[in-house]
Write a protein that binds this ligand. Structure first.
Ligand SMILES: [Zn+2]
Ligand SMILES: [Zn+2]
Length: 163
């Protein structure tokens, strides 16, 4: 399926204008992301551990308007997070790869699973959250801010914990 195919040409694929691309392991789900990824956060909560089968989920918040599925569709599993807010986990129904999560009450942004991007060059972890829930074998980057639970609300004066 071809949606809004970009015009081919010498300028079409410059680093600045080309969207980031990503998708699942089997290729059934593919997406484009129109903004750079920054502020990458590792979430060590118990739900992310179980949903990924590994130590943490590596996430980046991006505007929902910048994300566009170009192939397939995600399947959704929704469950209340520790915050009480409904969290939708979007994944490939064929291979199970996590693609993104989003809060059911927030249509403005999505939380992209950074590992689903095709290219990882130049990306770095900015913080870790829910480190108090990390598995004993989990490796946590203590050189970055670590929050024992969720991130403090914007404007909060709470300093990052070093749990
Ligand atoms: Zn897949
Ligand atoms: Zn989590």
């Amino acid at each position: 399926m071809s949606i809004d195919a970009r015009p081919a040409g010498p300028q079409a694929d410059t680093a600045e204008s080309a969207p980031l691309t990503g998708g699942c392991l089997c290729g059934a789900v593919r997406y484009e992301l129109a903004v750079p990824v920054s502020a990458i956060v590792a979430c060590y909560c118990a739900d992310c551990r179980r949903a990924t089968g590994t130590a943490a989920s590596i996430n980046a918040r991006v505007p929902a308007s910048a994300f566009r599925l170009v192939r397939g569709a995600t399947r959704v599993f929704a469950r209340a997070a520790d915050s009480g807010r409904l969290l939708e986990r979007h994944f490939c129904a064929d291979c199970g790869s996590p693609i993104l999560t989003r809060h059911g009450d927030d249509t403005r942004q999505i939380i992209l699973k950074v590992g689903s991007l095709d290219r990882q060059e130049g990306m770095a972890l900015a913080a870790s959250i829910w480190t108090a829930s990390a598995a004993p074998w989990a490796w946590v980057d203590r050189d970055q801010p670590c929050f024992p639970a969720g991130r403090p609300a914007p404007g909060s004066t709470a300093a990052p914990g070093r749990a």
